[in-house]
Design a protein around this ligand. Structure first.
Ligand code: TMP
Length: 205
């Protein structure tokens, strides 16, 4: 029987979710919880190769292939990392999860969202996060915040990211019991304050 808590972070590239996730991990550790920080794609040892193929390879796979590779990475990540940690009672903080597939492969690439949801459900053995923080901000602001060399997804055009962002907004509206929408247009401290308020209420700290 699982005793842990599964938290995911979502948002378009440049939304600041990785920084926010790090702050949440530090906060929960201070509270004495065992925290496992992980990410998709590539959160488990075997997934590193998958991350390279998906984001840093020179070859752009067909959309269905891409969706299947993200799903394969998720299946292994759940089996090797997330489920064992949840069974130990840890808090798992995951930078991206199933909503990324719906937003990027569904919204961005235009693939059928119902099929993608089924694929992701199969990969994750039906386990969805208990709570998801979605960092919402306009695509122009996110693009301006992105730093360093762009990976294969980040090289997509503005209309691709607009469709991804629209899909995230839709997902947040459809799943208000799980997805907490965070206004990410403000600075990192204000973003963190919104997350802290929610997690305090959720865990009754
Ligand atoms: P990140 O680790 O910098 O957030 O990059 C991961 C990239 O992979 C990001 O552009 C979103 C993309 N992605 C998908 O397209 N589908 C997925 O299911 C996941 C997990 C990520």
């Amino acid at each position: 029987m699982e005793k842990g808590l599964f938290i995911s972070f979502e948002g378009i590239d440049g939304s600041g979710k990785s920084t926010a996730a790090e702050k949440l991990c530090a906060y929960l550790r201070e509270k004495g919880r065992e925290v496992v920080f992980t990410f998709e794609p590539g959160g488990c040892e075997w997934g590193k190769t998958m991350r390279d193929i998906l984001l840093h390879g020179s070859y752009a796979p067909a959309p269905r292939t891409e969706a299947l590779l993200f799903a394969a990475d998720r299946a292994e990540h759940m089996a090797a990392c997330v489920f064992p940690a949840l069974e130990r009672g840890a808090v798992v903080v995951c930078d991206r999860f199933a909503d990324s597939t719906i937003a990027y492969q569904g919204g961005g690439r235009g693939m059928d969202m119902e099929s993608l949801a089924m694929l992701s459900d199969f990969a994750a053995a039906g386990r969805m996060p208990d709570i998801t923080f979605y960092l919402s901000l306009p695509v122009d602001m996110a693009a301006a915040r992105r730093q360093g060399q762009e990976d294969r997804m980040e090289q997509e055009k503005k209309d691709f990211f607009q469709r991804v962002a629209d899909s995230y907004e839709h997902l947040a509206q459809q799943n208000p019991e799980r997805i907490v929408k965070i206004d990410a247009t403000c600075d990192a401290d204000a973003v963190w304050q919104q997350i802290k308020d929610k997690i305090d209420a959720f865990l009754q700290y």
